[in-house]
Design a protein around this ligand. Structure first.
Ligand SMILES: NC(=O)c1ccc[n+]([C@@H]2O[C@H](COP(=O)([O-])OP(=O)(O)OC[C@H]3O[C@@H](n4cnc5c(N)ncnc54)[C@H](OP(=O)(O)O)[C@@H]3O)[C@@H](O)[C@H]2O)c1
Length: 313
């Protein structure tokens, strides 16, 4: 697959929001905050006056490196960095995901664990070979989709997510490559696995799930974004690819540019819950017909509830 940069698309960096918001007293949490788009988002967030920024990462050392980067970035921009906490979450293990979310709920309303103002569900991966998690799910689906919604469900119940929280799913325009979501074989047990099919179905599921949330919680704020294609490590580490599967990788936009729609959803008043916002400037992304299917949305919701209850785990 060849990525061709659109010479007319003028990318806008997320960092253009520095000095355009005052988040004094607010708290944000980003999953997968130590790398790529998540780290770029964290750096800009740290310049907006937040009280507390929580980096949800799977490796504490990487979280500490990211913390130093974020503080340095804020200082370079003459900003007072927020308190930065690291929380560990391994999205390929639902017991880790549950422990992470329950730990936050348990201490909710303490100084260190206030209700969230911003929740960015960004952790994600691509895998060249099919892998199954300890919970019996195809790994891309669990890391990119199921684990993120597991957190959302716990935090909607416990009040970590409130009507004031802006929740952003980092989805992808690649969801449009799925003609038909195969909910009867989400784990690729009866069809040929490809990284593209696994990845795109996980990104489609994020959109469908968000649509259902909007119906259940009409006064809350849920958004999805299309940041890509972006030059990040997702195409290299752990993926099993020797080289990036997409040609023209070097020509891709930067993480700071890819993070723009996330900032857009968190800062702008004109965004609407259930919206899908895209690069280069926060314009509305095109949702596929499958992403707008109410039938698919309901089927996915049921499947998700079954998998979260550990049926056949
Ligand atoms: N890059 C693009 O072109 C593009 C386009 C559209 C959407 N996206 C989406 O953007 C999001 C961020 O990706 P990125 O491109 O910035 O890639 P990245 O640099 O690889 O960042 C991915 C983040 O997710 C974390 N992560 C991966 N597996 C995890 C697991 N099992 N448990 C917990 N955390 C895990 C990574 O942690 P480690 O550093 O420890 O691996 C990292 O912090 C993803 O959801 C991706 O699908 C990316």
């Amino acid at each position: 697959m060849h990525y061709k940069k659109d010479p007319d698309a003028k990318m806008i960096p997320a960092s253009s929001y520095i000095d355009r918001a005052d988040w004094n007293g607010k708290t944000a949490l980003i999953t997968g905050a130590n790398s790529g788009i998540g780290l770029a988002t964290a750096k800009v967030f740290a310049c907006l006056g937040l009280d507390r920024l929580i980096l949800a990462v799977r490796n504490r050392e990487k979280g500490e490196e990211a913390t130093n980067d974020i503080i340095q970035f804020a200082e370079q921009h003459s900003k007072r960095p927020p308190h930065i906490d690291i929380m560990e979450i391994e999205c390929s293990d639902l017991s880790s995901v549950e422990a992470f979310s329950c730990n936050y709920s348990k201490d909710l309303h303490s100084t260190t664990r206030p209700p969230l103002d911003f929740l960015i569900l960004n952790a994600g991966l691509q895998l060249n070979q099919r892998e199954t998690t300890v919970d019996g799910n195809e790994k891309t689906w669990q890391v990119n989709y199921l684990s993120q919604v597991c957190v959302v469900e716990e935090w909607l119940k416990s009040g970590v997510i409130t009507q004031k929280t802006r929740v952003v799913f980092v989805s992808s325009g690649m969801h449009r490559l799925v003609d038909r979501l195969q909910l009867d074989d989400i784990h690729f047990q009866h069809r040929t696995y490809t990284f593209k099919d696994a990845y795109t179905q996980s990104k489609l599921c994020q959109l469908l799930y968000m649509h259902h949330l909007v119906k259940l919680y009409p006064s809350h704020h849920f958004y999805a974004v299309e940041p890509g294609p972006v030059k990040t490590e997702i195409y290299r580490k752990d993926s099993g690819f020797k080289e990036c599967p997409w040609e023209g990788f070097e020509d891709r936009p930067s993480p700071d540019e890819g993070a723009f729609p996330i900032l857009y959803c968190c800062v702008e008043d004109k965004v609407k819950s259930g919206g899908f916002y895209a690069v280069p400037d926060g314009r509305e992304g095109e949702k596929s017909e499958e992403a707008r299917s109410v039938e698919r949305e309901e089927e996915l919701w049921k499947l998700t509830q079954r998998r979260l209850k550990r049926e056949s785990r």
